[in-house]
Design a binder for this molecule. Structure first.
Ligand SMILES: *Cc1c(COP(=O)(O)O)cnc(C)c1O
Length: 233
């Protein structure tokens, strides 16, 4: 087995263990392989090992990968998720290529993605990103804004509201992390009660996926544990 396949296997084991610990069905937790900064060969290797959902953070880099792989029909079942901060002037690149955008945090972006999503494609799946730690360096909207933005997405013809995404504070303090994740879980539950299309709580990365699964995450986004450390981020 190659290293990426081996790492994928180990991450799935971690997810299975965490699901068991939390008394949850493992099938409720999707694995998004975060391939940002990694060469297209890494995506192909993970694909060969059975991985189908990939996360990218840089619009131009991702567009090149997606366009290359789209020319090869055998990769047509890859699901691409945009998870990085999205500048408005890059929204078209993303709207024309991705299946999901998880980093939606303002009304202008919602409007642009809705207008730019080609009619020939399925509606774009949207997660609202919440700045749950309140750190000024982080993108994402505030807890107060979510319900207003959710309403806007739900009225956008070319978009489907799927849920919430967060990057909790970078800390090993489980009390701090746990309380931010618990708030995310509560917001997610409230949102799902209002919108039947909401089924995704995207939370948990290499360092904290077990805690995220304990707090109801339905999608963990894992880069380092699958593809190794990044040269830049
Ligand atoms: C890079 C990134 C990840 C993956 O982080 P790892 O710690 O490498 O697993 C997850 N989510 C987002 C939004 C990212 O930018």
């Amino acid at each position: 087995m190659n290293q990426i396949a081996q790492h994928l296997f180990q991450v799935k084991e971690r997810i299975a263990q965490a699901a068991k610990q939390a008394n949850r069905n493992q099938q409720q937790i999707q694995l998004l392989a975060v391939s940002k900064t990694k060469p297209i060969e890494a995506v192909i290797t993970a694909y060969a090992a059975g991985q189908r959902c990939f996360g990218e953070s840089y619009a131009q880099e991702a567009a090149t990968k997606i366009d290359t792989l789209r020319q090869q029909p055998e990769y047509s079942d890859i699901e691409w998720h945009f998870i990085g901060p999205l500048q408005s002037n890059k929204s078209k690149l993303v709207a024309e290529r991705f299946d999901w955008v998880q980093s939606v945090d303002r009304d202008k972006l919602i409007e642009r993605l809705n207008n730019q999503r080609p009619a020939s494609m399925a509606p774009l799946n949207i997660c609202l990103q919440i700045n749950i730690s309140g750190e000024s360096s982080k993108s994402g909207t505030s807890e107060q804004e979510i319900f207003r933005l959710a309403e806007q997405v739900s009225h956008s013809e070319r978009l489907v509201l799927r849920g919430l995404m967060a990057i909790p504070e970078h800390t090993r303090d489980e009390a701090v992390l746990g309380s931010q994740m618990a708030r995310m879980q509560a917001l997610f539950t409230e949102l799902a009660q209002q919108y039947p299309s909401v089924d995704t709580l995207s939370m948990g990365m290499t360092e904290d996926l077990e805690l995220a699964i304990a707090h109801g995450s339905t999608m963990v986004r894992v880069g380092t544990a699958i593809f190794g450390a990044r040269d830049y981020s």
